[in-house]
Write a protein that binds this ligand. Structure first.
Ligand SMILES: [Zn+2]
Length: 169
């Protein structure tokens, strides 16, 4: 769903790329180790998704955190953000299995070599097909494709991918 007003508000501060899930992946700001983008706003330092929520949906109540419905910390599409308590967030995290995924990520990722990561990133096949082919989870495939995983490798191919998309249209 495209929302022009959100575009306008956030476009003054951020640049982002939009992926297949309509997630907005920030490209204009520094990404912290934990996956959040750091941003300065009115002399205060905050995180991109928090600021996105604040500017488009309003105040964040005390004690509330801004959660990602799509489970990607670097994304700022306001339609994918929701405010909740810390407890909500923890339960949400468990539900999405983010924690266990992280612990198995190392093992499973290391199975992929550089060339495979590039192939996955540029492939036109579905995440499901690729996950079968390389024997990793489709979440991991999607993370590689969205640039939230292995971006040190895939960043070099960004332009290639864009061109490919245009050619495919
Ligand atoms: Zn999203």
């Amino acid at each position: 769903m495209k929302d022009k007003s959100f575009d306008n508000i956030l476009g003054k501060i951020f640049k982002w790329s939009v992926d297949d899930n309509d997630c907005w992946n920030v490209t204009s700001h520094y990404k912290e180790k934990q996956g959040y983008h750091r941003v300065m706003y009115k002399t205060k330092q905050t995180r991109a998704h928090r600021l996105s929520y604040l500017l488009t949906k309003g105040d964040i109540k005390k004690g509330f955190v801004v959660m990602h419905l799509c489970d990607n910390r670097s994304y700022i599409n306001p339609n994918h953000l929701k405010a909740g308590t810390k407890k909500d967030n923890t339960q949400d995290m468990i539900k999405k299995n983010r924690q266990s995924d992280r612990s198995d990520r190392k093992g499973k990722m290391s199975k992929l070599n550089r060339q495979q990561v590039i192939d996955i990133y540029l492939s036109c096949k579905s995440s499901y097909q690729l996950s079968k082919k390389y024997n990793v989870t489709d979440v991991q495939i999607r993370r590689i494709r969205s640039g939230s995983r292995c971006s040190s490798i895939t960043n070099l191919y960004k332009n290639h991918k864009k061109r490919k998309k245009i050619v495919n249209k």
